[in-house]
Write a protein that binds this ligand. Structure first.
Ligand code: DSN
Length: 417
């Protein structure tokens, strides 16, 4: 087991850690933004680096004793620049949300106009949701997917850009299943004199593994999280052109953050090395192949896939054709009982509220890390359909849970544990 078991004297937290280890490894983890990071990454995140303060950047710190930390952060920076072909990298953002806010602070003034994909059409809170600081500090204009094909409409993006003359256009998604071509956003940004930021939080691992188009050659700034498809520790990162390097670094520290989490940065460095391997390339391709197989199998079971399918690691499933009464909220709760973890999700123009929803979002990064392939995706689709169809029958839901546990035992997330 990758966790020591005797470090909390009263064992209360240790017991809960063990419970969570059991939950993660005996159930199917289908949340599209989660993954199983490696024991090497967890070792770094649980290391003595958590004791160290290191405000500043390698070679320019405000505290002493940062010789080792400087080496670690410099390695992380070089590895991630090489991985994505970027001029500049800042590995200090504590999260993807922080990375986005730092990028805005670096390039925008309060009140500036920005285009971003609407949250309920697959964007992110930090792409201008009115309840988020991004929506309060900046004048976000949302673009949406087209009702007919449920894909981003580049004509609409261009029309909005010409009408509102934004200072920045944000591409990138959290629940959009289709491929985004990064080049047309650049062309529109150039046409109206806007910066182009790409939020690759969900897609970073697929991009690193060559399974999704790389926005780095096109965008001014690319932000991402390190813990989703990239399979690293929980955290954020910003890549940029050399032109914006100083502004980005200043926005992260002292702009938004204080002391960096160097234990997490060490974990990021390890994950960046892992993501540069041939094995990771094969992994990224398999994540996409598995998502496609799972989407097809769900469709065969009577579910509707938003946009008709997927080109990436996730799909958004409209539950209504399967069962008009079934909400995303109920599906999430029933599947939890069956050991299948996913999240309720709005579908475009959902008639139900975001707390109830008509859909669920499903992703394949975690099960692919476990070594599952297309045949197991057929099995997972069948298990989901059975649990939802028989949701009022406790014995049938329990039977699904037992099959889920058997499947996970055959594909352990941490074989050495
Ligand atoms: N919470 C993340 C997700 O699940 O997509 C986005 O921040």
């Amino acid at each position: 087991m990758p966790f020591p078991s005797d470090t909390d004297p009263d064992l209360e937290i240790e017991r809960l850690l063990a419970d969570e280890f059991t939950r993660q490894t005996t159930g199917l983890q289908l949340i599209a933004s989660e993954n199983f990071t490696s024991p090497a990454v967890m070792h770094a995140v649980g290391s003595v680096l958590t004791n160290k303060y290191s405000e500043g950047y390698p070679g320019k710190r405000y505290y002493g004793g940062n010789q080792v930390v400087d080496s670690i952060e410099a390695i992380a920076i070089e590895r991630v620049k090489s991985l994505f072909g970027a001029d500049h990298a800042n590995v200090q953002p504590h999260s993807g949300a922080n990375a986005n806010m730092c990028a805005y602070q670096a390039l925008l003034n309060a009140g500036d106009t920005v285009l971003g994909l609407s949250l309920d059409h697959g964007g992110h809170l930090t792409h201008g949701s009115p309840v988020n600081a991004s929506g309060k500090l900046y004048n976000f204009i949302p673009y949406k997917v087209t009702p007919g094909d449920e894909r981003i409409d580049m004509d609409q993006v261009r029309d909005l850009a010409l009408k509102h003359r934004p200072r920045m256009i944000v591409a990138g998604t959290t629940s959009y299943p289709r491929r985004i071509d990064p080049a047309p956003f650049r062309a529109i940004a150039d046409e109206v004199g806007a910066y182009y930021m790409y939020d690759a939080a969900h897609l970073a691992g697929l991009i690193a593994g060559g399974a999704y188009p790389n926005p780095v050659p096109h965008a001014d700034v690319v932000t991402f999280t390190t813990h989703k498809t990239l399979r690293g520790p929980r955290g954020g990162c910003i890549l940029s052109t050399s032109e914006h390097a100083a502004a980005i670094d200043k926005a992260v520290f002292p702009g938004w953050q204080g002391g960096p989490l160097e234990h997490v940065i060490a974990g990021k460095a390890i994950a960046f090395r892992e993501a540069a391997s041939d094995a990771f390339k094969a992994y990224a391709q398999q994540v996409v192949a598995n998502a496609s197989a799972l989407a097809n199998a769900l469709a065969r079971n009577g579910f509707r896939l938003v946009s008709g399918g997927t080109d990436c690691h996730l799909m958004v499933v409209d539950l209504r054709p399967f069962d008009a009464e079934l909400t995303g909220k109920e599906a999430q709760a029933v599947l939890d009982l069956a050991g299948i973890t996913l999240n309720k999700n709005t579908i475009p123009d959902d008639p139900r509220s975001p707390f109830v929803t008509s859909g669920v979002r499903i992703g394949t990064p975690s099960v692919t890390t476990q070594g599952m392939k297309e045949p197991q995706m057929d099995t997972i689709a069948d298990l989901i359909a059975r649990a939802l169809r028989d949701r009022t029958d406790d014995a049938k839901v329990a039977a699904v849970k037992a099959e889920v546990a058997a499947l996970c035992a055959a594909f352990p997330a941490y074989p050495a544990a």
